[in-house]
Design a protein around this ligand. Sequence first.
Ligand code: AMP
Ligand code: GLY
Length: 424
Amino acid sequence: MNILILGSGGRESAFAWKLSQSPKCESLFIAPGNAGTGQYGTNVDIKVTDFAAIKQFVLANNINMVLVGPEEPLVKGVHDFFLADDEIKHIPVIGPQAEGAQLEGSKDFSKQFMQRHNVPTAASRTFTRETLQEGLEFLPTIGLPVVLKADGLAAGKGVLICLTLEEAQLELTEMLTNAKFGEASSKVVIEQFLQGIELSVFVLTDGNSYKVLPSAKDYKRIGEGDTGLNTGGMGSVSPVPFADEEFLKKVEERIIIPTVEGLKQDNIPYKGFIFIGLMNCGGDPYVIEYNCRMGDPETESVLPRIESDLVDLLEGVAEGTLIDKQFTISNKVAATIVCVAGGYPGEYLKDKTITGIENIRDSIVFHAGTTAVGEDVRTAGGRVLAITTLQDNLFDALQQATADASRIYYDGVYFRKDIGFDLV
Ligand code: AMP
Ligand code: GLY
């Protein structure tokens, strides 16, 4: 089958790497891809939100399946666009329609969904500009710290954790009346702070049955010891040692089953990945957020541990036969370290020549923000490369990934040397 992947980051590189290994994959295309995805397929210069160009390409190249990497095209309705068009509606799109993508696209929608289906999550209420006064009155009742979340997509920046009531009042007012996060903060969710350790669980569903993919933990802060600004993710490990069988059983019974069943009850068709961000609060899982896609850099740790043929699994999603698909996960441990551009997550250096990739010993190099300029591979984004290794235990995986990341050089290269060591 001929497959088109939409996206250009480390996540899409990992998808391309995995799909290209399948005997069922004839031609693989990545739009727009990066300097690394060209190893696994053909890059196509189309933006992920240019639905008309995607349609043309899909028809011209006899594409049999479209796998959507990032949330933006899903929230904007790429799947609905296919279903509404007689020429392409038979081509399966992996990723939910716009309504299901609201699980990520609207925090208010996802909180209401969780409340309706008894999925454990932090207590919360939603306010708008019109109900600002009520919001200000609600704030002192929820305890400190308090979490404020812009309702809509805000490029990972829409969540504020306020330590004082004064700060929370000021920020709530800024978000609602001065559009601090633009249209995304025209509604704000005020949420109770959950104390615990974060991890993520990933589910692949055809809308009826599901497979629970390996768990992963991502490291969001730029600095070692989890300090400094938030980033898209500086590294990940899979599995997560504290997510033992007992904990994962709770996650499945209390969260995954009610989520998949809840979508069915609400008549929300959903074919794709559900990324469940969790807080482990003293052994009990609570949902922090849903995403309608895989995580980045979690995908880079999760996919190498899946032994089954991913094309076969995605076919199961498309055809509604996921329940019949065999699914096996490796016992090995994956560690991923992200090399970022100097200055990231602020203003960062670009267009720097990358060297040393050929010196990597025992890791897979997933390109993220890279571009090919003649023979050169240059940096072209904040997160540049994701280095993933698979080893027998966590300590060896972390050491190997760190050693391999240090073999990469470009002007301004930075990576965290402490990823995962808190879990050893
Ligand atoms: P989100 O965009 O919802 O994933 O939030 C971004 C980050 O804020 C999460 O990864 C958590 O670290 C933190 N966060 C969000 N909600 C809560 C909460 N209710 N309690 C504690 N931390 C939270
Ligand atoms: N690594 C977090 C995310 O993909 O949203």
